[in-house]
Design a protein around this ligand. Sequence first.
Ligand code: ADP
Length: 473
Amino acid sequence: MSLRKRINLRYTLAFRLTLWYAGVFTVSSCVAFLLFYILITSFIRERTDQELLSQVNRFSTLLVTEGVEAVKNDAVIEAQAAGIKKVFFRLLSLNGQVFSSSNISYWKDIEINEMAIKELLQGSSHVFETITISDHKDEVRILYALLSPSIILQVGQAMESYSRFLDAFKGIFITTMTFLIILAAGVGWFMARRAVSGVEAITQTAQSISGGTLGKRVPVKTRGDEIDQLAMTFNQMLDRIQTLVIEIKEISDNIAHDLKSPITRIRGIAEVTLTNGKSMGEYESMAASTIEECDRLLDMINTMLMISKTESGVDKLSREEIDLAGLVREACELFEPIAEDKRVDLSCDVPNKSYLVGDNRMIQRMLSNLLDNAIKYTPVGGTVSVSLSENDERDAVITIEDTGIGISPSDLTRIFDRFYRCDQSRSKPGIGLGLSLARAIARAHGGEITATSTPNQGSTFTATLPKSFPSRS
Ligand code: ADP
């Protein structure tokens, strides 16, 4: 079953993003509609109130100029003119008794609000109220105002435009919101799918890689967005994993190969001795050979462990002040007899003293490996020159130059790899770990080892060590 099928749509990032997008979009649209609604309704209400107040002003003036009868007549005519279902007028005494009104047949359910009259008597110039009457379509806005100290005017107006606006608004709101929600969900889904499509590509690549194809890479678009960066980082990680896997494979192949030879030899010696061995001497010789082979094996395993520990920093280097000049001199003295045996001329050019902070034992091991190689790969009559100098008072530079068999340019790039041995040196003893360990030691001190060589003419190995190496946490 594919991953896509197994994932419930509800739990997908695209689905949740779509929901969020549509949700936020809907809520903001509703808020915008609500604000618009409040604005328009308050505007309509204010306009109605202004109209009602202007009626009061007109009647007040009429009362003063032409008397109460003129007001009564005008109220009837005005209501007639506007439409008896739209507006009505009532004239009330201060106790709330109606003493005159326009045609009130349509408005008979509207009662006198005693609270409003009370408020007027307490000094308010006018009082508004909004009421709804059963069977009437529109709300009614009513104004109570004092026309004179003894006459109250009650004027009411159906809020027709308000109801019309509400109906229209409801229609527009429902249609627009339905359209907007569908649009928001569609756009949200499209955008979310676009955004996560890169992640899906990475997931698919990761899945196919777990199926065994380490060479696959996620296609990187040129947008340079977060998904592209994720894809590039993922590809870089794959590069590193691929290199590591290849290295591990090579190393394990080499280990298997290098372990096989001594074990086969041990087995061979034991077999021959068991079949043919008759004397105690033969058994002793078998034991000695077995010990020798085991020592070689142990040496190889220990060196491998030491390289790993030095590279990873598990084994902390000691930080002691060392006289490097003395150390190089001692190493040369140690290898002098071996060089003499091979009739190789070993010269050592070091200053009186040269101090640096480092791990004495490790630097000794590094020097031994380099010197051992130089003598081992230099034929009879050749020379090996060791020198020590300082570079800007900052680094100590040890150079070991030989006139040996040399290394071809293609081999030169690989001689520091674990177990790598050049073809022409396979006749010599060795396991191909000496240079790896030497470089690991130099690097653990914050330094480096480099090599230059000309085949059949000789090689130069240069170890540069800082006089005070940075501590590794
Ligand atoms: P080995 O145990 O084979 O000497 P190293 O890691 O010390 O392993 O060296 C790796 C390979 O580099 C050697 O097998 C040899 O082919 C080459 N090499 C190292 N030092 C020299 C040198 N001074 N001259 C020529 N070849 C060298």
